[in-house]
Design a protein around this ligand. Structure first.
Ligand code: NAP
Length: 285
């Protein structure tokens, strides 16, 4: 904050991996931050804990009065009912509780996913591309988006790509263990974003004047997954990934554009997976 901006009162609902990074960043710049989750004892200071289940009765009784909300809860498991709870019922209940109280919430950001797009045959997608989810995961997340954007509280959606960062090193681990596999029939594009850029982009969007309703949150460089593996293998001095045609199954293939987010003034801390993973490797991850 440059000293001229008014501090915000922010509730982060579903304050986990991304939410905690965002909360710490906002608090460091002078905002007041509440983190809502069931296991609120896990939240670091100065995030103010709100121990609650988003699906519990009388949610309105435990909510702090805030002017901004970020909804970043994730599904508890891979089944459709878990997705419905996290992405449809959770935001629905929270919006209803905020509306019932008449709180003057000026922005409700829904953390969404690029899964809403489904397969684009390796082509580019952006915020104007129609969403045709391939499976219930994308469908339930899209349903949540629609509810947020239809609410009387001003809503905004950030569709994140694959998140990586400290403690989320699945690709590095796969390469290190010799388990990385390349598809055999053409490139499958990987769209990634470092946790610090998830937090940075959300902090930026919380204050952005006259935002669009939807932004894509991915870095500058959609890259074929096999190329990501190869570069990580070189970085780690690990074996080259092997080709396995079966590894293409269930992967939607698209290149996500971050142009709208960049043109809104956001500067990526890790513009590509190269800088992001290099920093992780150098930090001992
Ligand atoms: N991981 C990815 O690559 C990826 C990609 C695209 C989009 N996203 C989206 O990004 C968002 C943030 O992801 P993340 O990695 O930060 O998730 P995360 O670490 O799993 O955090 C989500 C938090 O939500 C809380 N939560 C879940 N259900 C709740 C409920 N009923 N009531 C209260 N709190 C609840 C959980 O805490 P408690 O268990 O303590 O309640 C958890 O800490 C999610 O919407 C996710 O779908 C993720």
């Amino acid at each position: 904050m440059d000293g001229k901006e008014t501090p915000l009162q922010v509730l982060i609902a579903g304050c986990g991996y991304v939410g905690t990074a965002l909360g710490l960043e906002l608090a460091a710049q002078g905002d007041t931050v509440w983190g809502l989750r069931r296991n609120a004892g896990k939240l670091p200071s100065p995030i103010r804990p709100v121990a609650a289940d988003l699906l519990a009765d009388r949610l309105e009784d435990v909510l702090p009065q805030v002017d901004r909300v970020v909804y970043a809860a994730a599904a508890d498991g891979p089944r459709e009912d878990a997705y419905r709870r996290a992405y449809v019922e959770g935001p629905g209940r929270l919006l209803a509780a905020l509306t019932a109280r008449g709180d003057p919430v000026e922005r409700f950001i829904f953390v969404s996913s690029t899964a809403v797009y489904g397969d684009a045959g390796g082509g580019w997608v952006d915020e104007a591309t129609p969403c045709i989810p391939e499976n219930f995961r994308g469908s339930r997340v899209l349903e949540g988006e629609e509810a947020v954007l239809a609410s009387s509280i001003p809503g905004l959606v950030l569709r994140l790509g694959g998140i990586y960062g400290p403690g989320r090193t699945r690709l590095l681990d796969r390469v290190r263990e010799g388990k990385a596999r390349c598809p055999g029939d053409g490139p499958i594009w990987s769209n990634r974003i470092h946790r610090e850029d998830c937090a940075g982009a959300l902090a930026h969007l919380l204050r952005l004047q006259e935002p669009h309703p939807v932004y894509l949150g991915v870095d500058d460089a959609p890259t074929p997954l096999c190329q990501v593996y190869r570069e990580l293998a070189a970085m780690l001095d690990a074996p080259e990934p092997q080709v396995d045609p079966a590894s293409t199954r269930d992967r939607s293939n698209k290149r996500c554009s971050n142009r709208r987010l960049r043109e809104s003034g956001y500067h990526f801390r890790f513009p590509t997976f190269r800088e992001g993973y290099r920093a992780l490797v150098e930090s001992g991850a």
